[in-house]
Ligand binder design. Structure first.
Ligand code: HEM
Length: 513
């Protein structure tokens, strides 16, 4: 073959490849975005972004446009997913592309929370942090964690016995005690521990910032550079205050924990465990500090709100509540407090917990994911950098998955013999998130809910407060929006089920290991 033929062939092949690439590029760009409300010039769908009860507004968009809805705000694309199958297709089956986090100029850059794994984009830094947490939590609940839960539940019950009206504070205190011991091996003071005060202030500052997108700077990142004194730049003051708290929350408990390690008096914890690891990728100071610090923010508000939702559900469904107590009478009796081993005998309690998580998920929109490259799904174009919001709340009320979805029906998780039915659809499928970003603390959270619910209902009666006419004030189902959705404040009258139960709670403290 002559060399001129070869040149022609090379040119021909190159031209064909170029044509093919151009055709593919055109095809890709011919794909349209998923359906959604018509954007207005320049600002796009800014008026369609809800500011309260976002999960309901996004569900309504889904009813109009289908399970996958596209919105565009300025240059940012958002995809709202209201369907479990689509969420799994994208965030699980295509997790290599859908595991990022959108940029969070206010929370990460200005408020200084970029060290927190929950806000990190997908990549090697995130992976390194995730390994630390995954190694510590594993894929089940450890006996070390159940004895921690046992201890703090007993303290919680005795606090409730002393001042029942402050039950929410005590739920929060128990959650904080669990996390600070797990993360740092620190035993906190019964009341007003300075580390808890600091961590609460820090997490409140971030919760007060609301959902990502609540500040203009989230949409116009150049505002990051506006000085604090500039009119309208109040967000810079909020950011400065939160920055100081964020740094305190990361550094202070870690310093205390490391001192205890140095002096040989440290309890088992993520810090101790990771420092002792022979794996150099895990024992780095920054990795451990950041991973331990992230746990408080991720765990305390979520757990507190989910237990509050359970109590709210019990007040709204007193027949189910009584049935749980009858089950606990049979499984535990009145001569001792519940132990984790009793869980196998309390399927109805588990079903009630599941149903309260389904109806009142505390992360109704999960945490947004973000795409790391362009993708095509069901013939639609999803571009790189699109924010993916999975509407867990809508999925958990999808009538195809949960018939009669607005009703409290614990029976939906039980088989004909009253045992938990492994083939039932459980809310854990969506309430802990998706794919590579799924909540690493989910097994611990699940056990925490059981301990709190079993302890409370085994020893106490819950009742609605009465109004001036003697009618019970039944809590509404209202949940307040935010990074974590919390039930609207409600009152609950808590009384010991009998003097024997009260005595059990009083003496339980002596039984703490
Ligand atoms: C009822 C309690 C809880 C709920 C409903 C919950 C829910 C969630 C959800 C929805 C996510 C986002 C997942 C995603 O991006 O798809 C998440 C992430 C996370 N959770 Fe939980 N969580 C709970 C308790 C806990 C606990 C007890 C811990 C640890 C002690 C924890 C640690 C984390 C961490 C570190 C992340 C960030 C993971 C990452 O970005 O890779 N969570 N959780």
């Amino acid at each position: 073959m002559s060399s001129s033929n070869t040149v022609v062939e090379v040119i021909g092949a190159t031209a064909a490849a170029l044509c093919l690439a151009t055709w593919l590029w055109r095809e890709r760009n011919r794909l349209s975005f998923p359906p959604g409300p018509r954007p207005i010039p320049l600002l796009g769908n800014i008026a369609d972004i809800p500011v309260v009860k976002q999960w309901e507004a996004y569900r309504d968009l889904g009813t109009r446009y289908g399970p996958i809805v596209h919105l565009q705000v300025l240059y940012r694309h958002l995809v709202i997913v209201n369907d479990a199958e689509v969420a799994s297709d994208l965030c699980e089956k295509r997790s290599a592309v859908y595991s990022g986090r959108p940029p969070l100029p206010m929370i990460s850059d200005l408020m200084g929370w970029s060290w927190n794994i929950g806000f990190m984009d997908y990549g090697p830094v995130w992976k390194a942090h995730r390994r630390v947490l995954q190694r510590y939590f594993g894929n089940s609940i450890s006996s070390q964690h159940t004895s921690l839960l046992r201890k703090n539940t007993r303290l919680f019950l005795s606090d409730v016995l002393a001042v029942p009206s402050k039950f929410e504070d005590y739920i929060r205190r128990a959650a904080a005690a669990n996390v600070l011991t797990m993360a740092y091996g620190i035993d906190i003071a019964r009341h007003g521990d300075p580390l808890v005060v600091l961590a609460d202030k820090a997490s409140n500052s971030i919760i007060a910032a609301g959902l990502p997108g609540s500040f203009a700077v989230d949409w116009f990142p150049f505002l990051k550079h506006v000085p604090e004194w500039f009119p309208g730049a109040g967000f810079q003051r909020i950011a400065r205050e939160s920055r100081a708290l964020s740094s305190g929350m990361k550094e202070t408990p870690y310093t205390v924990a490391k001192e205890a390690v140095r002096e040989g008096r440290a309890h088992a914890s993520l810090v101790l465990d990771s420092l002792n690891s022979s794996d150099g990728d895990i024992s780095s100071d920054d990795l451990i500090k950041n991973s331990a610090g992230a746990m408080y923010l991720a765990a305390v508000d979520t757990i507190t709100a989910q237990i509050m939702s359970f109590i709210m559900a019990m007040l709204r469904n007193s027949t189910a509540c009584r049935k749980v107590q009858e089950e606990l009478n049979r499984a535990v009796g009145d001569a001792r407090l519940p132990e984790y081993a009793d869980r196998a005998q309390t399927p109805f309690l588990d079903a009630c917990i599941l149903e309260s998580c389904r109806l009142y998920p505390v992360a109704p929109l999960g945490v947004p994911h973000c795409t790391s490259q362009d993708d095509e799904y069901r013939g639609f174009r999803i571009t790189q950098g699109t924010t993916i919001i999975v509407n867990s709340w809508a999925i958990l009320r999808d009538p195809k998955r949960f018939p009669d979805p607005d009703a409290f029906k614990p029976e939906r998780y039980l088989d004909a013999n009253g045992r938990l039915d492994p083939s039932a659809e459980y809310p854990s499928v969506t309430m802990f998130g998706w794919g590579r970003r799924i909540c690493p603390g989910r097994y611990f959270a699940d056990s925490t809910l059981w301990f709190a619910a079993a302890g409370l209902l085994s020893c106490f009666d819950l009742a609605c407060e009465l109004d001036v006419n003697g009618k019970p004030i039944i809590p509404t189902e209202e949940m307040h929006s935010g990074l974590v959705a919390v039930p609207a404040p409600f009152s609950c009258v808590i009384t010991p089920r009998s003097e024997k139960h009260a005595e059990l709670v009083r003496t339980a403290q002596d039984d703490i290991e």
